[in-house]
Design a protein around this ligand. Structure first.
Ligand code: PLP
Ligand code: SF4
Length: 412
């Protein structure tokens, strides 16, 4: 059995970020929009209306656009639209070709090449969809897709087949049908609203939808998956928070990938949600040159705790068509996990998962801490690489082999 060396704590961040920048909270600033009145800048409708959506706008704002980005952006509207809020755009460092914000939202020509193992629906959602816009993969919970629109579009989006509606996927969820399915399936105790981004809806529309779900007695738990607190913190108004708190228990999962995304604006928006009693979790996607580095990931999860957000999942990037240039190895993901567990607060450590290609759901991936396990003892190692033995309790239960033999894989 290979025993990993104790993780060294790498203290040097990659050259494009200074250690101070990773740890401090700063405002995104106004950038090109310094003349815009506060009342407009802080208005989420203004932000949406002034999104950057064309290659001409992008080039005007960012003359350092590379040929790969220019070509990717010119083609983006056939696949996954370009959209960036002015607020989020200000986090891009135009002088840095490897800027971790830039890579997430500015298209590149590599998006147009598809490797043979890449898919348009990598998690097999459409095949687990009993009614349009509803994915029922797990026994007791459903994913309820409410819209195909987001405040900005992530180039690696696992639902790029439907979000932004650029590729002609016919996405018209009918809430009546989705809600009827939940109502007639008493085993569903957890409904996760996602999309697209549910918080793009008006407060009234959200209240209407959440009330209908809350009226179903077996729905115990509601949650919303959203990147709006990060792309458009202006949307998190006191009125929205007052609306959401009517529907407790309601949790929110945000999506942030890099410490630079956690600005003072975002921290305040998250504080308003937390003050409304909403438990907050974060989902990150492991992305090449963005956060595939233990120093960055550690700074990020610690900053999330300061924003009252529990890091929930780190996803291995799905095999979405055109994402090869953004993917990192599973080995690198495991190395990062190795450098988090034990080295920082347990609350800061997310679960690393692979959403099984083709539709097996989320599978936890962990560094090997159990080195040997038989009916007498468990041999474990800690975060420093030290070995320990725990005597197995003698309850007479035979030990089952935890894994199917790899010689006879069962492929779905
Ligand atoms: C991620 C996901 C869920 C929620 O999974 P949890 O592990 O409970 O957070 C539910 N349904 C689908 C289809 C999902 O992809
Ligand atoms: S916010 Fe979520 S759904 Fe929208 S583009 Fe990004 S990953 Fe996709």
């Amino acid at each position: 059995m290979h025993i990993q060396k104790p993780a060294e704590s790498a203290d040097e961040p990659p050259s494009s970020c200074s250690p101070g920048e990773l740890k401090t909270f700063k405002s995104a600033g106004r950038g090109f929009w310094h003349d815009v009145p506060d009342s407009s800048w802080n208005d989420w409708h203004w932000q949406l209306k002034h999104r950057i959506t064309t290659v001409e706008q992008l080039q005007r704002l960012m003359p350092t656009l590379t040929p790969e980005e220019y070509a990717g952006t010119a083609l983006a509207n056939q696949k996954l639209s370009l959209a960036i809020t002015p607020y989020f755009f200000n986090l891009i460092d135009p002088a840095d070709e490897l800027c971790p914000i830039r890579a997430q939202v500015i298209p590149r020509i590599e998006e147009t090449s598809t490797a043979p193992w890449e898919m348009s629906d990598p998690c097999g959602e459409d095949s687990h969809s009993p009614v349009p816009g509803l994915v029922h993969r797990y026994p007791d919970r459903v994913l309820f897709l409410v819209t195909d629109r987001c405040a900005a579009y992530c180039r690696y989006c696992t639902r790029s087949r439907l979000v932004s509606n650029a590729s002609g996927y016919d996405f018209h969820p009918e809430f009546d049908h989705q809600i009827e399915y939940v109502r007639t399936h008493p085993e569903i105790r957890d409904v996760l609203l996602s999309g697209g981004d549910p918080l793009l809806f008006s407060d009234d529309k959200l209240r209407h939808l959440l009330s209908r779900l809350r009226a179903i007695p077996h729905v115990e738990f509601l949650r919303i998956g959203t990147r709006i607190p990060v792309f458009l913190p202006q949307r998190i108004t006191p009125e929205l928070c007052a609306t959401l708190r009517e529907f407790h228990p309601l949790f929110i999962s945000i999506h942030s990938n890099h410490p630079r995304e956690l600005t003072t604006e975002v921290r305040e928006a998250l504080g308003r949600l937390a003050d409304a009693g909403i438990p907050l979790g974060n989902q990150s996607v492991l992305l090449r040159h963005v956060n595939d580095d233990a120093v960055i990931m550690k700074a990020h999860v610690q900053k999330l705790l300061q924003c009252r957000v529990k890091p929930y999942y780190i996803y291995q990037c799905d095999l979405i068509a055109g994402s090869a240039h953004l993917r990192t190895s599973v080995k690198q993901g495991l190395d990062i996990m190795e450098q988090l567990r034990g080295h920082t607060s347990g609350y800061a450590v997310p679960q690393y998962v692979i959403d099984a290609p083709g539709g097996g759901g989320k599978v936890p991936i962990n560094p090997g801490y159990v080195l040997n396990h038989n009916s007498d003892r468990v041999l474990i190692r800690n975060y420093e690489g030290k070995l320990f033995e725990y005597p197995e309790a003698q309850d007479g239960t035979p030990l089952h082999a935890p894994m199917r033999s790899v010689e006879e894989p069962e492929l779905a």
